[in-house]
Design a protein around this ligand. Structure first.
Ligand code: NAP
Length: 288
C-alpha cells in the first residue's frame, strides 16, 4: 500500500516519519508544503497519480490558533478547502483519507467527556475552519476516518511543554490558567494510534469520526506543574483564571474527549498522560 503523509515537518508528521522508518509493510511518501502544497489541485492530483496513493494521512494544518483570528481566509484555505480537495482526490483514486481534527470543534461548555456524536459549536476561527474541513470531507462521500485530538505536544515544534521548559530557564515563577481542562496528547502516541487505524482499516467502519488523546484530564496549570516536576525545574507555577490571561482566540473551558469509541473498535490501550509526558521530557533532555 502506498501511503501519502502531508505536513510531515509538523509535530505529528515527524512522529509518523520515525515510526514509518521501522515499517516495512508499506511504501511511504512524506511531504510538506515545499514538496506538496495541499491547497494546490494540480500538485495533489499529480502526487496521487504518480505514486498510486492508497491512503492519505493528512497531518498538514494551519495551527496558529490566535493568529487565525486575523487570518481567517488563510486558515480556511488550509484547514477546510485543502481537506476537501484531498477528500475529492481520495474519492477519485479510491483511496482512504485519514484526517486529523481538534477538540476546538466543541464549545467547551460541557461537563462530561465529549463523544464523537455530540453537537459541535466551535468558538474560534481555528475551530470553525477545522469543523468546516470535517464537514466538507464528509460531504464528498469519500472513505475517510477523522481523528480528533487535543493539546498535542512533542519534542519538536512549538508546544506547551517546550514553552514551559523555555520559561523555566529564565523565570523563577510563572502564571498558568487553571480553569481550562483538557487532555494532553503526546504526538508519538497519536502517531501509533494512526498506524493502528491504518493496519486495522479493513475491520473498521469507514466514514467515521474517532477521538484520540492520552488518558486522563487536567488543567493547563496541572500540566505546567507536572512538566516542572518531571523536568526537575525550580520554577514556581501559580494558578490564574482565563480572564487574567487574555488571548485573541477563545479557548474551550472543558474539552475532554471521550475515548471509548476508538478503544472499542481498535482494542488499543491508551497511555496515561503523565507516563507519556515523562517519556517526552526524557527525549527532550537527550536532544539538548
Ligand atoms: N497542536 C495541537 O495542540 C493540536 C491540537 C488538536 C488538534 N491538532 C491537529 O493535529 C494535526 C497535527 O497538528 P501538529 O501540531 O502536528 O501541526 P503542526 O506542527 O503545525 O504541523 C502542520 C504542518 O503542516 C504544514 N502545512 C501548512 N500549510 C500547508 C500546506 N498548504 N500544504 C502542506 N503542508 C502545510 C506546516 O508547515 P508550516 O509550519 O510551514 O506552516 C507544518 O509543517 C492538525 O490537523 C491539527 O489541527 C493539533
Amino acid at each position: 500500500m502506498n501511503i501519502l503523509v502531508t505536513g510531515c515537518y509538523g509535530q505529528l508528521g515527524r512522529e509518523l516519519h520515525k515510526l514509518a522508518n521501522c515499517d516495512g509493510d508499506h511504501q511511504w511518501f512524506f511531504t510538506d508544503v515545499d514538496t506538496l502544497d495541499i491547497t494546490s489541485p494540480d500538485a495533489v492530483e499529480r502526487c496521487f497519480n504518480e505514486h498510486h496513493i492508497g491512503v492519505c494521512i493528512n497531518c498538514a494544518a494551519y495551527t496558529a490558533v490566535d493568529l487565525a483570528e486575523d487570518e481567517p481566509e488563510t486558515a480556511a484555505r488550509i484547514n477546510a478547502l485543502a481537506p476537501q480537495l484531498l477528500a475529492k482526490t481520495c474519492l477519485k483514486h479510491q483511496a482512504l483519507l485519514i484526517h486529523v481534527s481538534t477538540d476546538y470543534v466543541f464549545d467547551g461548555n460541557g461537563t462530561m467527556p465529549y463523544k464523537e456524536s455530540d453537537p459541535i459549536n466551535p468558538q474560534s476561527v481555528y475551530g470553525s475552519t477545522k469543523a468546516e474541513g470535517e464537514r466538507l470531507i464528509r460531504e464528498t462521500g469519500c472513505n475517510y476516518i477523522i481523528v480528533r485530538t487535543a493539546w498535542l505536544y512533542s519534542s519538536s515544534g512549538k508546544n506547551f511543554v517546550k514553552t514551559m521548559l523555555r520559561l523555566a530557564e529564565t523565570h523563577d515563577e510563572i502564571h498558568v490558567v487553571s480553569d481550562q481542562r483538557g487532555c494532553p496528547t503526546w504526538a508519538h502516541d497519536l502517531a501509533i494510534a494512526l498506524l493502528s487505524i491504518l493496519n486495522k482499516k479493513e475491520d473498521l467502519p469507514l466514514q467515521e469520526t474517532f477521538h484520540f488523546t492520552n488518558e486522563g484530564n487536567i488543567t493547563w496549570y496541572d500540566f505546567a506543574c507536572a512538566i516542572m516536576d518531571l523536568a526537575g525545574k525550580n520554577c514556581k507555577v501559580n494558578p490564574i483564571t482565563t480572564d487574567q490571561y487574555p488571548a485573541k482566540a477563545h479557548r474551550p473551558a472543558y474539552s475532554v474527549l471521550d475515548l471509548s469509541k476508538i478503544k472499542t473498535y481498535t482494542g488499543m490501550e491508551i497511555p496515561f498522560w503523565k507516563d507519556s509526558l515523562k517519556k517526552c521530557i526524557e527525549e527532550i533532555s537527550k536532544n539538548v
